[in-house]
Every structure is written in structure tokens, then in C-alpha cells.
Design a protein around this ligand. Structure first.
Ligand code: PHE
Ligand code: ZN
Length: 875
């Protein structure tokens, strides 16, 4: 059907300040899908009631409108207006029944939004604005409705027909050729939580008995042959259900719970009500094909999506500016779940590492935005580390400030008061105010101000006033980034403690820094001490102190807070790498100094310390990544930084050679595989030893890696050996890569790993090697996992080639992003985020990247890519 206006993309942003509630409520939705890959017909019936004067605005994109009727009467083309993105009905009565028929083509849908086909199966992705690719509908999160869904499809190709809620009816059609199923979801939900799946699957079944004794069947749907690989996900699901009852008092609500794994998926996974859909890379695992990191991620993402049932589904977001309301809280919940299932200190270290790598980098660059942004062009671009990870940090600070009991009281009030609604961040905080009587108005600034605050600490040695006191002054500072000039002080919970040479000399303290500056006093302890500040990383800030390596070494050895022990080592390493990188840039030779020796010796002590588990030790032995160093300095040559990192690893490998080798042998394979935290920690430490040893280019170590590659009985060890070999370089790398490919060519998830190792390694033949991989028969540019494996790892983890000073890495990358953009703008825009680092690079590379960004803008890309390119360039 023809549209009223010519296709034109509006380039005006959506603003939080412009929010207006919907004019109509949708009492009920009934959807009827006649599923065919090339032409699917959707008949929708909406019972609408008026809430406010004005037209009914229905969103729609890339679908063909066949007919519209109002209360049984087919409307003429002049009765409504239709644009590229909207169907508008005016002068509707108080209550009416609207029926709409549309057609779409799932097999040609390469955006992976709306209804599409993956591996011959139908599936949907509707968050954030995908439902409008299925039918005309008020596609906004504050319109909640109960859905009834009827699916019909060919029986042979699509034996399973799934949708949200509970199945109420099913049966045969056309003498058994086709069949149908009807699903009802009694919980009102916005359209973004709608899902359907149809196809042939293997299933894994189990059940969970809830706290009130309800028996819930659990089913995971996977590719034929993969059922046993879903066992860990199923186990994680049951543990998540139990944990949410115990820790947040949240019980599951529907009669059944389903998870489906698909291979083509834009993000990680999706919390559709009662029917979670997962990227298969975050669901399938067994010892032979998945690494410990995969198991860990599966556990946390399964929990994350399950937890959304309350934080996201029962209480959803009023508008997309409130995205952190569901994502920040849910990430916090999954982090706490993992901490309880595994090791709390180790979990905190990993979460902080990820925060610094992704969120601090984002906040230090041109894409910096508040946890609750005030405007956007494409909401797809706001599924960011800031919304997710910083959003979770805010909830964590809230808990630190309120304490465990009051935090729980507040969350109970939240669930009680706002159940069944589409809420705002203000309403969330208000629930905690009601529960505790505290005023949280200042805390709201954390949501509104972009950028990472700096926390400085000054210590003045005791002066004899009446009594001898040490004065500690905390100061906060925001840099005026991202168009927000004058930022107000935020409330910063600071956990700290004074540590002497034999251990703590004060109790742990909690200071709430509310204004720009605040001083506390400490009675003279009569001994020298170092301050352990931000224990457990009690606030997402950048810490500035005058602490010396003596302080860091003392904390590494004596701090009772495991997080800070790790952190002290990281701080030392960051300084060592930073200094070394500058030296390399100016053409100097690496130097061994006292600080380096002290650091390596302290690591040696950590290795011997029986109080630490293997996971902690593996983390302590991992110096900060180049991204962290780059983001913390003014500008740098990324290759020099990465060489400096290699230099530090080599220094550790040299100094601790004996210890590392002994440990490597002592930690050898335990025999039967278990993915639990303890066994995973052993493997992590052992492989960390191997990697550090390999930084020495030692033939003995190459022998160990080759042997490990040949004898490994699990993917963690196999992949670690392969990566170590690629680091060592030489002819055997090619053979090992080829053998690995041949061995695993039938397992897509392992071949993704192969592509990512290819993307990360320094190929002798230069960029042509990566270009050849794009033309490899196993490379599929339509599959986001594969593209991310090769192109994503190339841009994020291959500094030598991506940042090649001749610009060849950038040129190749840009071309790949534009190619992806023609199919899948969402994934293309995410990839393009790799350029956000440009202002932190040297002048030459800044110029190269700016030229690339201008090229992207000139190529008339999608709105998604345009937004990222414009913002990154910032011109
Ligand atoms: N809501 C999903 C999650 O965080 C993420 C997602 C967003 C997935 C958009 C797909 C599309 O769990
Ligand atoms: Zn989420």
C-alpha cells in the first residue's frame, strides 16, 4: 500500500523532556500468524480504549499493510494516514476493535529484528523497536497489554510452535500437513517482550518447585544434537530461580518457562516473557567445546534473563530513557548471583575489570552519556556499558549506603508498589526513600551526569593540636565532558581502612562524600601506614592519590580486602607499563628498575600465599590491558603501549620463571572435567603461567604448549595452548591453526573461536591475511557471531594490525563495517564503536581515524551507524 509522504529520515533526536503518555490503552491483543518463510501473514485484533484526546498512532516498518478495519468495517485508504513508519487513525470512539492484516518476509530479514529465519527456524527479536516490523502497533514500552497468539505452520518443518505464556490449545490443520497452537500470556506486557519461535528442535526438560510449591516445567530448545550441551544452562536456570526467591523474595509466575537457542542473534540474549531467546554462544557448553569463560558467562546470562522476569517484565520501563531501570538493576542482580555461586572477591575483580575496560573507556571518549540519557537518535545504540555496567554500579552504591537490610526493604517496596507498571528511575529511588525514610535526591545526579568522577585523597601527617591527628581529605571532581558544563557533586560511598606493615590498624570505615570536599581525622597510630581506599571498589570513580610504590607493595601484602590487594598490583603495573610505553615511544631501551623488581617479587609472594585461591592468583598475574593504559593517559601510541604490556609480562616471566614452571606442572589436569569455580580457577592459573612463560620465546615453553594442544581434554586448555602458540609465532602456528580448524569445522561455536584467534594474532603477511579470512569458506558475513569473532576481535584485540601506522587496519575495518551496515545496521553500529578511542591516540592515528569516520558519514549509512559516526567524530 502506498504511503502518504516520500521516504525521508528525520534526523531529530528523541528527547526525554518530550515524553507524553499514550492516547490509548490496548485492553487486549490477539495475533494470528500464518508462518511461511517468504510470506508470513499477520492478523492482529486490538481492543483499544481512549485515555486522552488525539489520534491512535501505530508504528510499522518494512511491512506491507493489507487491510485495516474498525469495529468490523473495512477502512478505505482515505480513512487513515500511512507513512513509512506510522499508521494513524483519527477520531476513534472511546472503545473500538481494530483489525489489521500485514505481510512480511522473514527469510529476507537480515536485520535480525522483528520476525526472521535463523537456521531454518522462525524466531523474533522485538526489543527495543522490533515489534513494529511484525505488525502496526503502539510500539512503546508504556503500552501494556495481554496477548493471545495463534501460530500456524507446516508440521514437518515446524513441529514446535512457541510463544509467550501458557499454551491453551493446539491441533492439526489441512489433514495433518499444517498445525496450529494458541498461547495466552495473562501478564500485561509491552510489545518488546513479545516472542514467537517455530521450528524443529531437540529439547532438554527439567522442572523447578517454587517457594509456594508450584511445579514449573522448564524446557530448553536447541539445534538437533545439542541437548546435552544445554545441561549447564538448565542447572544455572534452576539455581537462579532459587536464588531470586531467597535473596529478593521473587517467585516465578507463569506455568512454564522456556529458553530457545538461536545461532543468528544481534546481542547476547533476550528476556521475552516466559520464552527467553538466547544467542547459542551464551547457552551451549560442554567440556570439549566451551571454555571456562563460556560456562561462567552462560551462568550469568541465564540468570540475567531469568531475573528480568521481575526487573524488566513485571515492572518494565516507562520509556527507553529508563533502560537502566531494568538493565542496571538486573546486571547488579546477576553479578550478586555469580558472587554467591562462585567467589565474591574474584567476581568483584572481574566486574571491575570489565567496567574499566568498557565503561570507563566509553565515558572517557566521545560516546560518553549519562546512565539515564536525555536524548538519542537510535535507541539500539544505547545498549551500552554505561547503561548496563555503570547502571549496576549505581545500585551497588545504593546498597552500600543503605546497608543490606534497608536495601532489601526498599526493593520489596519497589516490587510491591510498581508491579504491573511501566516505571521510572525516580519511582525506583522513591521506593527506597519510602522504605528507609532517607532522602535520595542527591543520588539522582549519578543518573544524570555523564563522565567518571575523580576522587583525590590527601593525607596530612599528624600535627599536635590538642591531640595528634592525621587529616584525610577526600575531594571529588568531574571533568566537564559531553556537553554538561557544570556538574554537581555526587554522593560517593568510600570504604577505607589504614594498613600497617603487619596488617590493618583501623577497622574498615565508610565515609559518604556528599560535597566537593570532606575531611576525616584519624588518631595517631604511632606507626607508618598506607590507606586502602575504595575497598571492594565502593564507587565507580578514578582514584587519585599520592601513594608510592611502597604503599602499593604494602597493600599488596597486607590489605585484608582481596579486591584492594589485586588493585594495588594493578596500580603498580599500570604505572610500569605507562612509563615503559613513553620510553618506547621516544625510542629508549627497556629498563629494569627497583619498582619492577618489587612488583615481580610481590607477585611471587601472592603466588605462594595459601590464603588466596587460584582464580585470584590468575587475576593478580594479569597486568591491566592496553585499553586501560591508553584511556588513563593523555595520548599514546597504541602499539608502544601494547609492546610495554608485553615487556611487563616478559619481566614477570623472567623473574618468576621457576615458580611459574613448577606451578604449571603442579596444576596439571585433574582428570574428570568440572566447570565449577575451583576447577576453573586451577585451569586459569595454569594457563596464565603458560602464557607468562611464553612471553620469553623459550623453546621449552613452546614444547609445553604443543603438548598441551595435543593432549588437552577440554576447550579451555586447548584454546589457551593455541593462543600461546600464536604468541610464540613461527611455522607451527599455521599447521596448528589448520589442524584446529579441521578438527572442529562442524561445530560453529568452536569455529567462532578459531576466527577470533585469527583476528587477534599478528599475521606476518599483514592485512591480506585478514582479508583472506573474510573470503574463507566458513566465514559468513550475515552471521553476527562470526563477524564479531573475526572483525570485532581484530579491532579490539589486535593492536599491531588494527592500529598499523599505514592506516591499512582502519581502512579494512571501515569497509567491513559499511558492508555489515547494508545488512544489519545494529551490529554495524556496535562494531564502529571501536573508533571511540581515537582522541587518546597520537596525532597521526587521530588523523587517520577522522578520515575514516568522514568516509563513513559520506557513504550515507544507516541511521544507527550515522549516529555513532557523527558522535565519535564530534564535529
Ligand atoms: N534486553 C536484553 C538483555 O539485556 C538485551 C537485548 C537488547 C537483546 C536488545 C536484544 C536486543 O538481557
Ligand atoms: Zn538485560
Amino acid at each position: 500500500m502506498k504511503t502518504d509522504t516520500a521516504p525521508k529520515q528525520k534526523q531529530t533526536p528523541t528527547r526525554l523532556a518530550d515524553y507524553t503518555p499514550p492516547n490509548f490503552n490496548i485492553e487486549a491483543v490477539s495475533l494470528d500468524f500464518d508462518l511461511n518463510p517468504k510470506e508470513t501473514t499477520i492478523r492482529s485484533q486490538l481492543t483499544v480504549t481512549r485515555l486522552a484526546p488525539g489520534p491512535l498512532v501505530l508504528d510499522g516498518e518494512d511491512i506491507t499493510l493489507k487491510s485495516v478495519s474498525l469495529d468490523g468495517k473495512t477502512l478505505k485508504r482515505s480513512d487513515y494516514s500511512l507513512t513509512q513508519t506510522q499508521l494513524i487513525l483519527k477520531d476513534l470512539p472511546e472503545r473500538s476493535l481494530i483489525e489489521i492484516e500485514t505481510v512480511c518476509n522473514p527469510s529476507e530479514n537480515s536485520t535480525l529484528m522483528g520476525l526472521y529465519v535463523s537456521g531454518g527456524r522462525f524466531c523474533t527479536q522485538c526489543e527495543a523497536e522490533g515489534f513494529r516490523r511484525i505488525t502496526y502497533y503502539p510500539d512503546r514500552p508504556d503500552v501494556l497489554s495481554v496477548f493471545r497468539v495463534r501460530l500456524q505452520a507446516d508440521l514437518k518443518d515446524y513441529p514446535y510452535l512457541l510463544a509467550n505464556g501458557n499454551m491453551v490449545e493446539s491441533g492439526a490443520l489441512d489433514g495433518g500437513q499444517r498445525h496450529y497452537a494458541i498461547w495466552e500470556d495473562p501478564f500485561p506486557k509491552p510489545a518488546y517482550l513479545f516472542a514467537l519461535v517455530a521450528g524443529e528442535f531437540d529439547i532438554l526438560e527439567d522442572s523447578f518447585t517454587t517457594m509456594t510449591g508450584r511445579d514449573i516445567p522448564l524446557t530448553i530448545y536447541v539445534d538437533p544434537g545439542d541437548a546435552s550441551r544445554a545441561e549447564y544452562a538448565m542447572d544455572s536456570l534452576k539455581r537462579s530461580m532459587k536464588w531470586d526467591e531467597e535473596v529478593f523474595g521473587r517467585e516465578y509466575d507463569l506455568d512454564r518457562f522456556m529458553i530457545v537457542a538461536v545461532r543468528d542473534f544481534n546481542f547476547g540474549a533476550m528476556e521475552n516473557k516466559g520464552l527467553n531467546i538466547f544467542n547459542s554462544s551464551l547457552l551451549l557448553a560442554d567440556a570439549a567445546t566451551a571454555t571456562d569463560m563460556n560456562f561462567e558467562r552462560i551462568e550469568s546470562v541465564v540468570a540475567h534473563e531469568y531475573f528480568h522476569n521481575w526487573t524488566g517484565n513485571r515492572i518494565t520501563c516507562r520509556d527507553w530513557f529508563q533502560l537502566c531501570l531494568k538493565e542496571g538493576f538486573t546486571v547488579f542482580r546477576d553479578q550478586e548471583f555469580s558472587a554467591d555461586q562462585r567467589d565474591r572477591a574474584v567476581q568483584r575483580i572481574k566486574d571491575v575489570k570489565a567496567l574499566r575496560m568498557r565503561q570507563f573507556a566509553e565515558d572517557a571518549g566521545p560516546l560518553s552519556h549519562p546512565v539515564r540519557p536525555s536524548e538519542y537518535m537510535k535507541i539500539d545504540n544505547f545498549y551500552t556499558a554505561t547503561i548496563y555496567e555503570k547502571g549496576a554500579e549505581l545500585i551497588r552504591m545504593l546498597k552500600t549506603m543503605l546497608g543490606e537490610d534497608d536495601f532489601r526493604k526498599g526493593s520489596d517496596v519497589y516490587f510491591e508498589r510498581l508491579d504491573g507498571t511501566a516505571a521510572t528511575v525516580e519511582q525506583f529511588l522513591e521506593s527506597f526513600e519510602i522504605a528507609t525514610g532517607r532522602d535520595l535526591s542527591q543520588f539522582m545526579r549519578w543518573y544524570e551526569q555523564a563522565g567518571t568522577p575523580e576522587l583525590s585523597v590527601e593525607v596530612e601527617s599528624p600535627v599536635n593540636m590538642p591531640v595528634s591527628l592525621t587529616k584525610i581529605t577526600f575531594t571529588q571532581k568531574f571533568s566537564p565532558a559531553s556537553g554538561q558544563a557544570d556538574k554537581q557533586p555526587v554522593i560517593i560511598p568510600i570504604r577505607w581502612q589504614a594498613i600497617g606493615d603487619t596488617g590493618p590498624i583501623t577497622e574498615p570505615q565508610l565515609t559518604l562524600l556528599k560535597s566537593k570536599e570532606n575531611a576525616v581525622s584519624l588518631p595517631d597510630m604511632g606507626e607508618d601506614f598506607s590507606l586502602s581506599i575504595l575497598q571492594d571498589f565502593s564507587a565507580p570513580v578514578i582514584l587519585k592519590t599520592r601513594q608510592t610504590s611502597k604503599d602499593h607493595l604494602r597493600l599488596m601484602g597486607q590489605d585484608p580486602n582481596a579486591f584492594k590487594r589485586w588493585e594495588a598490583g594493578q596500580t603498580l603495573a599500570r604505572e610500569l607499563i605507562g612509563t615503559q610505553a613513553k620510553a618506547i615511544e621516544s625510542g629508549q631501551m627497556p629498563k629494569v628498575n627497583k619498582a619492577l623488581r618489587g612488583y615481580c617479587q610481590a607477585l611471587g609472594k601472592t603466588l605462594d600465599d595459601v590464603n588466596f585461591n587460584s582464580s585470584f592468583k590468575a587475576l593478580a598475574l594479569t597486568p591491566p590491558a592496553a585499553t586501560e593504559i591508553i584511556q588513563a593517559s593523555e595520548t599514546s601510541d597504541p602499539i608502544a603501549v601494547s609492546l610495554a604490556g608485553e615487556w611487563l609480562s616478559r619481566a614477570i616471566g623472567d623473574t618468576l620463571h621457576e615458580d611459574l614452571l613448577n606451578l604449571y606442572h603442579a596444576l596439571s589436569d585433574e582428570g574428570t572435567f568440572s566447570p565449577d569455580a575451583h576447577s576453573a580457577g586451577r585451569r586459569a592459573l595454569r594457563n596464565r603461567c603458560l602464557s607468562l612463560l611464553a612471553s620469553r620465546q623459550d623453546p621449552v615453553v613452546a614444547g609445553l604448549a604443543i603438548e598441551q594442544l595435543g593432549t588437552a581434554t577440554n576447550m579451555t586448555d586447548e584454546l589457551a595452548a593455541l593462543m600461546t602458540l600464536t604468541k610464540l609465532g613461527g611455522k607451527r602456528v599455521e599447521t596448528s591453526m589448520t589442524e584446529f580448524f579441521e578438527k572442529w569445522k562442524n561445530n560453529p561455536l568452536v569455529i567462532d573461536k578459531w576466527f577470533s584467534v585469527q583476528g587477534m594474532r599478528k599475521h606476518d603477511s599483514g592485512i591480506e591475511a585478514i582479508e583472506a579470512l573474510v573470503n574463507h569458506s566458513a566465514y559468513d558475513p550475515r552471521n553476527p557471531n562470526r563477524v564479531r569473532s573475526l572483525i570485532g576481535s581484530f579491532a579490539m584485540a589486535n593492536p599491531h594490525m588494527f592500529h598499523a601506522v599505514d592506516g591499512s587496519g582502519y581502512a579494512f575495518f571501515t569497509q567491513q563495517v559499511l558492508d555489515m551496515d547494508s545488512r544489519n545496521p545494529q551490529v554495524a553500529a556496535r562494531l564502529l564503536g571501536a573508533y571511540e578511542v581515537w582522541r587518546k591516540l597520537d596525532a597521526k592515528r587521530q588523523g587517520l581515524i577522522k578520515a575514516q569516520l568522514r568516509h563513513v558519514i559520506g557513504a550515507a549509512p544507516s541511521k544507527n551507524v550515522m549516529e555513532i559516526a557523527n558522535k565519535t567524530l564530534g564535529e
